[in-house]
Design a protein around this ligand. Sequence first.
Ligand code: LLP
Length: 419
Amino acid sequence: MDHFALNDGELFAENVPLAAIAREVGTPVYVYSRATLSRHARVFREALAGLPSVHIAFAVKSNPNLAVLRLLASEGYGADVVSEGEMNRALAAGIPAADIVFSGVGKTRRELTAAVKAGIGQFNLESEEEGMELAEIAASLGQRAPCALRVNPDVDARTHAKISTGKADNKFGVAYDRAAAIYARLSALPGLDMKGLAVHIGSQISDLEPSRLAFLKMGELMEAIRSEGHSVTHMDLGGGLGVPYKASDSLPTPQDYGAMVASVAKDWGVTLMFEPGRVITGNSGVLVTEVVRVKEGVVNPFVVVDAAMNDLARPAMYDAWHDFAAVKPNGRTMTANIVGPICESSDTFAMGREIDEVAAGDLAIFRTAGAYGATMANTYNSRALVPEVMVDGSKWAVVAARIEPATILAAEAVPEWLA
Ligand code: LLP
C-alpha cells in the first residue's frame, strides 16, 4: 500500500499534486511519501512483534537520504551500513552508534578504524582476514569490537543473479563448513567480542523457502558453536524481502516473513537482527518524469522521457520492471517503448508495454522507485544528479537538491601542462 493515488483525475503524493512539485523543482525528480515510509516501518516491526528480542537496522544502501534516515530513526530503526559514508549519514541522522551494524565485504582499514572510534554496535565480519585486522585495530585503540560472523549458507535465493548473495560462489561471508572453526579462532582474539552470526542470501526475495532453509542451517551452526563452549547472543538474519513491482506480483507479506522467522528462530535465545531495505522504501517513492517527445518507431512508438538510466538504473542493470503511469491520464492507452535520452540502448525502461497514453510535455511516474533509485543515480552523459522531495500530508520539501552539471564541472581541472 502506498500514498500515490489519483485524486480528481490527477496523481497526488499524499495531499500534494505531483504536477505542483514538478513545476517548482523540475523533472526528473524523486518523490517520497512520509506516510508510506512510516507505515512500512511499522508494518515490518509489528510483523516481528511475536519474537522475544528484535533489533531492526534499516539497510541504508536502499535509500540513504538524510530525511529518510531521520524518519526511520524516529521510528526506532537502527542502520545497516556498508561504508564510512553511510555510517556518517546514519550518525548525522541521529541514529545512535550502538544501533548501527557495519556490513560489507571490503571494509578498509580506514573504515574499520573510524567505525571502532565511533563505537559502532556490530561489525558483520565477512572473512577471518577481516576479523584479524579489526582485532588488531580495536586492540591498538584499547577496545573490543563487537562482531558477528557472516556466513554463506550456500542457498539459492531464487532471485536475479546480480542480487543473489548466499551461494557458495558469491563473494559474501565465510564458507558454511568453515564457519565454526573461524568463529572459535576469532573468539580467542582479545580485540574482538564475538556476539553471533549473520546471514543475507539476496534481495527482492519472492519465495520464503530459501530463507527458511538458510535460517535452519544458521540455527544448526549456532548450536554447534555453542556446544564448543562459545557464546552466541545475536543472530542477524539480513534483509531481502521483496516488494510488488507489478499489480500482478504476489509476494510474501511482512506477516508471512515474521511467521516464518518465528517458526524457525523464536526459541534460539538470541537477539534477532534484521536489515530490511527495499520492503521499507521501495513503494514509498516514485520518479516523476516529463515526456520529451513521442517518436515514431518501426514496431511501436518510442516515448522518450527526461529520466534516464543514470537516474533510475534498475531497468538497465537488472531488466527490472517499474510501472509507468501518466500524472493526468486521459483514459486511453497506447503500446510503446519507454526510453531515456542517454546514448546507449540499455537506456530503456520498457519495450512494447501497454501504458497510459502520453504526449510531449506530459508528466508521468515510474512507481516503486524509492529503493535503489536515487542512491544509484550518477551523472552519465553530463546529466544533473537527480533531486529528491519528501511529502508529508499537504507539506513537501526538497530533501536533496539537484546537483547541476556545472557544479561537477567546477570540480574538474585542466593541468597547467595541458594548457
Ligand atoms: N543486508 C545486506 C547485507 C545486503 O547486502 C542488503 C542488500 C540488504 C541487507 C538489504 O536488502 P533488501 O532488504 O533491500 O533487499 N541494487 C539492487 C539491490 C542490491 C541489494 C544489495 N544488498 C536492486 O536495485 O535491486
